[in-house]
Design a protein around this ligand. Structure first.
Ligand SMILES: Cc1cc2nc3c(=O)[nH]c(=O)nc-3n(C[C@H](O)[C@H](O)[C@H](O)COP(=O)(O)OP(=O)(O)OC[C@H]3O[C@@H](n4cnc5c(N)ncnc54)[C@H](O)[C@@H]3O)c2cc1C
Length: 340
């Protein structure tokens, strides 16, 4: 064992799942159903993947059994379902490397190293990083009124809010918070939005103070060190305006990057997908992949939640037979099991 792999004091589990998006969460539940012990790792501090970060307040209409469900509610239910079998959650940890040691796979993260008999990669479109403005004098207010990731409305109740950006996330949060915050100003550096046209039309009809061709220049704190003012400027005239604000949502988009996964010896399709067969096996024995990160042989990748669920179930059923060659691929029907 290398120093990195013995740093974690963790016992090996049957299955390490990389990614706690919908695919990884359902995979965790399913592995529990198959009697496998599970560790689930995600770079984000909260589970839910794209649903939690990119569109928590949007309705989803194509999840079986839910005629319509808010993305954040689906995440809550998936976490509840996954928790049935008490998987170990390692959130806020980015998986950096994958290697074989004897009969185990070792996943090394930026915090520790974990071993398991098999691995399921459900890393979606990679570890998300919010795009930053690149000005340390502004970024220093993260935690003091400046937000790059928003997961709930609560911090903005009765606050004077500035939203920076013109994509779906900026527009959705502006609409979502319009009757909740005391006042909202939305600035966008162009006059074209990259958001759903219906949402943009709603934004234009709303009482939100929209300033096109405007960018954020500086932030001023109050005596408590929290944001109290923002200096914005018109990028065509240079004219500056100081507006009173208590909170700023920086909605500059997210970088998705397969990053370290590209160097794990996996066969890929371009820079975007891991190649898998119909069993969701990668070219590495005992390493499976499911969800948005996969390109199954012979078919077009379909980046949908429902496809990720089915692929996770397939991957876990085959992983169960890899871990225990006596096990059957078919799990039996859950309706015939007693779970709680
Ligand atoms: C705006 C929007 C609306 C959508 N609407 C719908 C819809 O209505 N219906 C539908 O079916 N689909 C919809 N989708 C697509 C759907 O969200 C994806 O298909 C789904 O999220 C894929 O799930 P996943 O678990 O495979 O990946 P993700 O949700 O991307 O989750 C992957 C997780 O892996 C983590 N991760 C990645 N790399 C690492 C690493 N190295 N270490 C640790 N963690 C890592 C990431 O942080 C992330 O949390 C929508 C997508 C968007 C952007």
């Amino acid at each position: 064992m290398t120093s990195a792999s013995i740093r974690g004091n963790e016992e090996p589990v049957d299955l390490t799942i990389i990614g706690a998006g919908p695919t990884g969460l359902f995979g965790a539940f399913y592995a529990g159903l198959r009697g496998l012990s599970v560790r689930i790792i995600d770079a984000l501090p909260q589970p839910g993947g794209q649903l939690a970060v990119l569109y928590p307040e949007k309705f989803i209409y194509d999840v079986p059994g839910h005629p319509k469900i808010l993305a954040k509610d689906l995440v809550r239910l998936l976490v509840e379902q996954a928790s049935t079998f008490n998987p170990i959650f390692c959130l806020g940890e980015r998986a950096l490397s994958l290697r074989r040691e004897d009969t185990l796979w070792i996943v090394e993260t930026d915090r520790s190293a974990y071993s398991s008999r098999a691995v399921l990669i459900a890393a979606g479109i990679g570890a998300f990083q919010p795009n930053r403005i690149g000005k340390p004098e502004i970024d220093q207010y993260e935690g003091r009124g400046l937000y790059y990731v928003v997961t709930e409305r609560r911090p903005f109740r009765n606050k004077r809010l500035l939203i920076v950006g013109g994509g779906d996330t900026a527009v959705d949060w502006a609409l979502n918070l319009r009757d909740f915050a005391a006042h909202i100003t939305l600035i966008h550096r162009r006059d074209q939005f990259r958001a759903h046209p219906g949402s943009v039309a709603e934004l234009m009809r709303s009482n939100i103070d929209i300033r096109l061709f405007h960018e954020l220049k500086a932030v001023h704190p109050g005596p408590d060190g929290y944001i109290r003012e923002a200096v914005i400027f018109n990028n065509r005239t240079g004219e500056e305006t100081v507006i009173p604000v208590d909170a700023i949502i920086m909605s500059l988009g997210f970088k998705a990057d397969l990053g370290p996964i590209k160097s794990w010896g996996l066969e890929t399709v371009g820079n975007r997908y891991i190649k898998v067969n119909a069993r969701m096996e990668t070219n590495l024995p005992g390493v499976y992949a499911a969800g948005d990160i996969t390109a199954p042989e012979g078919v077009e990748p379909l980046n949908l939640i429902v496809i990720g669920f089915a692929q996770a179930a397939t991957a876990v059923n085959y992983a169960a037979t890899y871990i225990n060659p006596q096990a059957k691929v078919f799990p039996g029907h859950s309706s015939e099991m007693r779970l709680r």
